[in-house]
Structure formats: C-alpha cells, structure tokens
Design a binder for this molecule. Structure first.
Ligand code: BGC
Length: 421
C-alpha cells in the first residue's frame, strides 16, 4: 500500500477550486424517459437505477450537505429527458426543479459546473438515431436553446457533453466524431447566452504498454492514445478531425471550442498488442481489490494524472472528476491524498490547474450496478439516508487549509487499509 504518512506538505494556489461532482441519472432516480432507463428495462445493463439516491426529491437536503462538507464547487448535470420527455414537448416543472436546485446552490455560495449531456438523453431522441446521426443536430440545438437561457445566470463553467472520447468499435468511432460536431455546436450556442467558460469533459485514460520494450505494444499504446485522447485535443485545437483509417477533415466550427480543459481521470490501462481487444493485464503487485467485483479501477496511478495533463499547458485545466470506488473508506483517503499530491506536482511542472472536483459527492448508480461506491457520503439505497464518511471530513480539512499536510492525514487515518482477497 502507498505510504501517505510520509507525503510532504502541499499548498494549492490561492483561489483553487475544490468540490465534488454527480450526474443526473446516477443520483436523481426515476429518470423514466431516458434512453438508459429503457436499456435497464430491456435487461441490457445489469441493475436498474430505480430511485437511485432519490436526489430528485432530496435535493434541498443534499445542497445543505454540500455546504456542510465545505465544498466550494459542485458539478451536476441536467436531464434532457426530464426537460423534454416527448419530442417538442417541454416540461416547465422539470426546468423549474433545476432552477430551484441551482438557485439553492448559488445561495450556498457554490461555483457551479453544469453538464448538458452526461451519457443520457430522451428515449425518443435515441429512437430517432440519437447522436449516431448528424441530421439529429436540430433536436440538440432546440434543447440547448430552451434550457441554457433559463439557467445561464447560475452557471460558472459549462460542460456540453461528458466523456464522448472513448471506444474503438466502428459505431463508437462514428459516434465520437459526430460528438465533436455536437460539442462544437453546443459551445457556440451557449456563447449566445453566457459569458462563462465552456468545454466538454474528457475521460483521460493513461495508456501504458504491457511490455515496455516491445515495439508492437508501444505502437498500439500510441494508437490507443490518439484514438481516445489526442484526437479530441487535436480537433479542438486545430479544427482538424484526424482519426486512424479515415481521411482527415477540416471543420472550422470545431477549432477553439474549449475555454478550458475539463479532465476526468481515474487510472491507467495496459495495452497488449497481442490481444485483439488490446486490454493488457495489470501488474499483479499493484492490483487492488477494493470492491467485491471486477472493475476497471483496480490500480491507483496518480502519476498518470501528471504526465497526461502535462500536455494540456495551453489552457487552464479543471479536474472535473477523479475518485475511488471502495468499501473500506481508507482507500479513498489514500487515493485523494495521492492524486492531490500528483496534481500539485503537475502545477509545479507548469500546468495551470484551477480545480479539483471529487467523484462523487455520494454513492450512486454506477451505470448498471450499485456495488462500486465512489461517494464521500454513504447512501442507503433503501432508506436514502445519507451518512458522511471519514474521507469527507478529511477532504473538508484539505479544502479549509487549501492543501494537505501530515496533521490532516493523521487526524483522519490511523493505519493503511489491507486488500480484500
Ligand atoms: C463518468 C461517471 C462515472 C465515473 C466512475 C466517469 O467516467 O463520467 O458517470 O460514474 O466515471 O466510473
């Protein structure tokens, strides 16, 4: 295990933004008009989200909680399928719900990051072909033109779309490349209503060769990195959609459509050029079993945060997600301590990092399962009771000090967690 008892003291730049993040479908509950709800009902994704954290009803208490935990910022998403449950029929009550939530967050003094699309959209939009079709752009535009002017005054940072950059199937590639254009259109539309910075959150996977000195593994690591990471930054920087096995295309509307880089980072993935799916095994000695199922987050790799965002020196970087799913909350404390230390190192190496938003404020619905628990706050999924975990107090002290030191570490953790067998 990592020795966080010898981490040196760190201080973040003045005005550094600490907070937490959630997403509508994962916390609200009863998101019945969404495409994900339809997939759940069709038995295609594991557990049903049901009432999730019942946040749609308990949002007032949840705002109080965020305040008590000392967070300075909160990232959330609004659900298009609640706002426009049937094509062209807007639900003013759902919009008012979000306005009330945003109003309360503002009154609590929070900086608000708002995502317009976090994996879910209306089932009617899905049935029309969703983002697989560029001809569906007018639906997305209409949603933005309805929602954004109503909430613009509350939002400090926009995310048009969450994490569309991953995946390599033919269908997925078409989707990702379309999404660059949906993102760009969203960017330009938001600008008509808001002066706040706009981006789309990027899922930053650290790709690492399974065999460091094998040429094929290295080539495929570079390939994976371009396929999932660099094509996105490149398109936004230059306007060029350059993707393996495709003719490159220059799309001027895409150029410059990020005012900051919004980065979601969790861990690294190994690349094995001798496997068709390229998914290499992890180093066993680093593998952590923190929850009783197989899950992608089985390794803490904070150094990946440094070396990845180091290529984003051209704009301010906001870490819009970073977090740990574990049953023993001490793993979360270790994870936060290591990742904040890494982030601090990235700042020292010249990256203009402005924010860190922990994923997630509370345990929630992890896209087909309730087993991975990322929350600073424990949620009982039957009673919806919220119980603050020790890591939330640890994080609160970090926020209050704008940094991390041994006094804080030792106040909240006595010994290191051991691994489940
Ligand atoms: C997503 C979240 C998800 C988290 C943890 C991110 O990729 O934006 O929706 O819950 O990772 O897996």
């Amino acid at each position: 295990m990592y020795d966080i008892f010898s981490l040196p003291e760190i201080k973040f730049p003045d005005g550094f933004i600490f907070g937490s993040a959630t997403a509508g479908h994962q916390v609200e509950g009863d998101n019945v008009h969404s495409n994900w709800w339809a997939l759940e009902q069709a038995g295609k994704v594991g557990s049903l989200s049901g009432k999730a954290c019942n946040h749609y009803e308990l949002y007032r208490e949840d705002v109080e909680l965020i305040k008590q935990l000392g967070h300075k910022a909160y990232r959330m998403s609004i659900e298009w399928s609640r706002i426009e449950p049937a094509e062209g029929k807007f639900n003013a009550e759902a919009m008012d719900h979000y306005i009330d939530l945003l109003e309360r967050l503002k009154q609590a003094g929070l900086i608000i990051y708002l995502t317009l699309h976090h994996f879910t959209h209306p089932q009617w939009f899905e049935e029309l072909g969703g983002f697989q079709k560029l001809s569906n752009m007018p639906y997305f535009e209409r949603f933005i033109n309805y929602a954004v002017p109503r909430i613009a005054k509350y939002v400090d940072y926009w995310n048009v779309i969450n994490e569309f950059n991953l995946g390599g199937s033919a269908e997925r590639i078409e989707f990702k490349l379309n999404m660059l254009r949906y993102h760009a259109r969203g960017y330009h539309l938001i600008k008509q209503y808001s002066k706040a910075p706009v981006s789309s959150a990027h899922a930053f996977i650290h790709y690492f060769p399974y065999r460091r000195h094998d040429e094929l593994d290295n080539i495929m690591t570079g390939f994976q990195d371009w396929r999932d990471n660099e094509f996105f930054f490149h398109a936004i920087r230059t306007g060029e959609i350059a993707f393996p096995f495709k003719d490159a295309e220059y799309v001027p509307e895409i150029k410059g459509t990020a005012d900051f880089w919004a980065v979601n980072y969790y861990t690294r993935h190994m690349v094995d050029g001798r496997l068709s799916g390229l998914e290499g095994k992890r180093f066993q000695h680093k593998q952590l079993k923190m929850i009783p199922i197989n899950f992608y987050l089985e390794e803490m790799f904070p150094e990946g945060l440094i070396s990845n965002i180091e290529r984003l020196k051209d704009k301010p970087v906001h870490i819009t997600e970073n977090g740990c799913s574990c049953d023993d909350d001490r793993f979360r404390i270790v994870y936060i301590a290591l990742h904040l230390s890494a982030l601090h190192e990235a700042i020292a190496r010249g990256v203009d990092v402005r924010a860190f938003l922990y994923w997630s404020l509370m345990d929630n619905y992890e896209w087909g399962s309730f087993v991975p628990r990322f929350g600073l706050v424990k949620v009982d999924f039957k009673t919806f009771e919220r119980v603050v975990k020790p890591s939330a107090y640890f994080y609160r002290d970090i926020i209050a000090e704008n940094g991390l030191n041994q006094a804080i570490v030792r106040r909240h953790i006595k010994d290191l967690p051991t691994l489940m067998k």
